[in-house]
Ligand binder design. Sequence first.
Ligand SMILES: Nc1ncnc2c1ncn2[C@@H]1O[C@H](COP(=O)(O)OP(=O)(O)OP(=O)(O)O)[C@@H](O)[C@H]1O
Ligand SMILES: [Mg+2]
Length: 411
Amino acid sequence: MDGLSEKQNRIMDFPYMGYDALICDGAVRSGKTSIMSLSFLLWAMGNFRDRSFALCGKSVGAVERNIVTPLLSIAYLRQNFDIRYNRGGHMIIVRRGPRENRFYLFGGKDESSYTLIQGITLAGVLFDEVALMPRSFVNQAMARCSVEGSKLWFNCNPDNPLHWFRQEWILKAPERNALHLHFLMDDNPSLSEDKKAQYRSMFSGVFYQRYILGQWVMGEGLIYDMFDQTQNTYREMPAAVKHNAQRFIACDYGTTNPCVFLDVYDDGEHIRVEREYRWDSRKERRQKTDQEYADDFMTFMGDDWCTVLVDPSAASFITALRQRGVYVREADNTVLDGIRRTGALFAQRVLLISEINCMGLIGELGSYMWDDKAAQRGEEKPVKQQDHGPDALRYFVNDLPDWRFEGVQTT
Ligand SMILES: Nc1ncnc2c1ncn2[C@@H]1O[C@H](COP(=O)(O)OP(=O)(O)OP(=O)(O)O)[C@@H](O)[C@H]1O
Ligand SMILES: [Mg+2]
């Protein structure tokens, strides 16, 4: 570990400042989780023995990745403590001389964690990425903290301003005797300027404000405001590109709603949406059956067969395609993460759309908006109208491997 930044030093001092809780929020990669885990472990080992602690994340796997593995790699800890990770038992036992404490791993989204945490008495809880956990889980874990001197440790990236964690903890930090520290990438002394620039380029729009500027802001107006009519479009795909690229077709299925297929080519550098198919039964005043759609699909695909990603709710259409021997994967329909990833690809000018063949998609991208009525209820979602092209595009993007989004944690 390099030296610590001033903010990180405050994480190390927190246990001895008389607060009951610590809240670290802010930008990605700003050095929150790593130093919080270290400070938590040193505090636990310095002040307790034969006690239990909880390390909570979105899932047990996320706790392993973000907390356990990094802790085990710190030479200072290995030299001064005997740390044993019992993977099957989801537990770490840490010893130093006669002193021993246990650290249990919990996943806020794992069903089994709910029941497990109910029966345990804790001297401290660390919540990593708390904004991604259900409030009920967090309350459950807090209720188990009955040991004298116990403390709560929270960290997260910002979300929407009406999020329960902001309302109940960040805004009420003084009443709750909590220390609130706000982090930016500059608070992580290990990040080079190049790395910071790379992370900045991964986000745009509301996600830039949250993950880079560390602000709790609502998505407003146009979702893909980074989509540029010139830089994100092209006229002709070079034949060599088409020849070497991997091809996919992404489908958003609809019977009364429009049905859209997108023909996508990924050469490992750029992703080009080359053609689109649409059938709007209301406009055409005729609905198509699954067999008719499957016929249209086969014509659209032609002889060059490829992987097909379909709206997971379109069971009957998926069956119709599979009956024709097409290789279909049910798409991942995650909305916010998919939008964030798609926005990042637009911002980096990796994702390009044919301005000749995909006028429908380009039109829809230009009117794809955040739902401001839902926003007032604290919900984040797009307005459900003319969203079929953007939905199909999201199915494709959600299927991309993680290296495309390197360095950016998938939340
Ligand atoms: N003082 C430091 N010295 C060396 N490396 C550091 C230091 N602080 C942070 N790092 C490293 O920087 C990287 C990012 O830090 P960390 O994971 O703690 O950030 P984070 O704020 O939790 O990010 P995210 O919001 O993306 O979860 C990690 O690899 C971590 O080990
Ligand atoms: Mg983190």
